[in-house]
Ligand binder design. Structure first.
Ligand SMILES: [Zn+2]
Length: 94
Protein backbone atom coordinates (compact mmCIF):
# COMPACT_ATOMS: atom_id res chain seq x y z
CA UNK A 1 0.00 0.00 0.00
CA UNK A 2 1.25 3.46 -0.81
CA UNK A 3 -1.70 5.54 0.33
CA UNK A 4 0.27 7.36 2.99
CA UNK A 5 1.12 10.32 0.79
CA UNK A 6 -2.56 11.10 0.28
CA UNK A 7 -2.85 11.60 4.00
CA UNK A 8 0.15 13.92 3.85
CA UNK A 9 -1.44 15.91 1.02
CA UNK A 10 -4.80 16.14 2.76
CA UNK A 11 -3.14 17.17 6.02
CA UNK A 12 -1.13 19.83 4.20
CA UNK A 13 -4.24 21.19 2.48
CA UNK A 14 -6.10 21.33 5.78
CA UNK A 15 -3.17 23.12 7.40
CA UNK A 16 -3.13 25.71 4.63
CA UNK A 17 -6.90 26.15 4.83
CA UNK A 18 -7.06 26.60 8.59
CA UNK A 19 -3.77 28.25 9.43
CA UNK A 20 -4.89 31.83 8.64
CA UNK A 21 -7.89 31.59 10.93
CA UNK A 22 -5.87 30.04 13.73
CA UNK A 23 -3.13 32.60 13.50
CA UNK A 24 -4.59 35.87 14.66
CA UNK A 25 -2.93 39.14 13.85
CA UNK A 26 -0.42 40.57 16.22
CA UNK A 27 -1.51 43.65 18.12
CA UNK A 28 0.94 46.54 17.66
CA UNK A 29 -0.08 47.85 21.06
CA UNK A 30 0.66 44.86 23.29
CA UNK A 31 2.38 42.46 20.88
CA UNK A 32 -0.04 39.61 21.51
CA UNK A 33 -1.70 37.63 18.74
CA UNK A 34 -5.17 38.52 19.88
CA UNK A 35 -6.52 40.71 17.09
CA UNK A 36 -10.10 40.00 16.09
CA UNK A 37 -11.43 41.37 12.87
CA UNK A 38 -14.60 43.42 13.13
CA UNK A 39 -17.13 42.81 10.42
CA UNK A 40 -18.80 45.75 8.77
CA UNK A 41 -22.40 45.29 7.82
CA UNK A 42 -24.08 47.13 5.01
CA UNK A 43 -25.34 50.05 7.06
CA UNK A 44 -22.00 50.60 8.77
CA UNK A 45 -19.98 50.53 5.59
CA UNK A 46 -22.39 52.93 3.91
CA UNK A 47 -22.03 55.29 6.86
CA UNK A 48 -18.29 55.56 6.23
CA UNK A 49 -16.91 58.38 4.15
CA UNK A 50 -16.53 57.63 0.49
CA UNK A 51 -12.75 57.81 0.83
CA UNK A 52 -12.75 55.22 3.57
CA UNK A 53 -14.94 52.88 1.58
CA UNK A 54 -12.64 53.14 -1.42
CA UNK A 55 -9.68 52.29 0.75
CA UNK A 56 -11.11 48.91 1.75
CA UNK A 57 -10.71 49.62 5.42
CA UNK A 58 -10.80 46.72 7.78
CA UNK A 59 -11.08 46.97 11.53
CA UNK A 60 -9.55 44.98 14.33
CA UNK A 61 -10.00 44.80 18.04
CA UNK A 62 -7.37 43.40 20.37
CA UNK A 63 -8.85 40.94 22.85
CA UNK A 64 -5.86 41.33 25.14
CA UNK A 65 -5.57 45.08 25.61
CA UNK A 66 -8.80 46.32 24.00
CA UNK A 67 -7.16 48.70 21.56
CA UNK A 68 -8.79 49.42 18.24
CA UNK A 69 -7.06 49.29 14.90
CA UNK A 70 -7.83 49.86 11.28
CA UNK A 71 -6.01 48.84 8.16
CA UNK A 72 -6.14 50.04 4.58
CA UNK A 73 -5.64 47.16 2.18
CA UNK A 74 -2.26 45.72 3.16
CA UNK A 75 -0.94 48.81 4.92
CA UNK A 76 0.31 48.60 8.51
CA UNK A 77 -2.30 48.82 11.25
CA UNK A 78 -3.24 52.29 12.35
CA UNK A 79 -4.82 53.45 15.53
CA UNK A 80 -8.62 53.62 15.35
CA UNK A 81 -9.44 54.88 18.81
CA UNK A 82 -10.86 58.17 17.51
CA UNK A 83 -14.52 58.99 17.87
CA UNK A 84 -14.92 58.71 14.11
CA UNK A 85 -14.65 54.94 14.43
CA UNK A 86 -16.64 54.67 17.64
CA UNK A 87 -19.81 53.27 16.10
CA UNK A 88 -17.97 50.49 14.32
CA UNK A 89 -16.70 49.05 17.58
CA UNK A 90 -19.76 49.94 19.63
CA UNK A 91 -21.77 47.44 17.69
CA UNK A 92 -19.53 44.71 19.06
CA UNK A 93 -20.77 45.59 22.52
CA UNK A 94 -17.35 46.73 23.73
ZN1 LIG B 1 -3.33 44.42 22.28
Amino acid sequence: MSDWYWYVIVAALLAVAFAPSLLKGRCPGCGKRRLCSVDLDESLSSSLDEDDRKNFLSFYLCEACGRRWRRQRSQPLEDASGSKWERIFQREGL
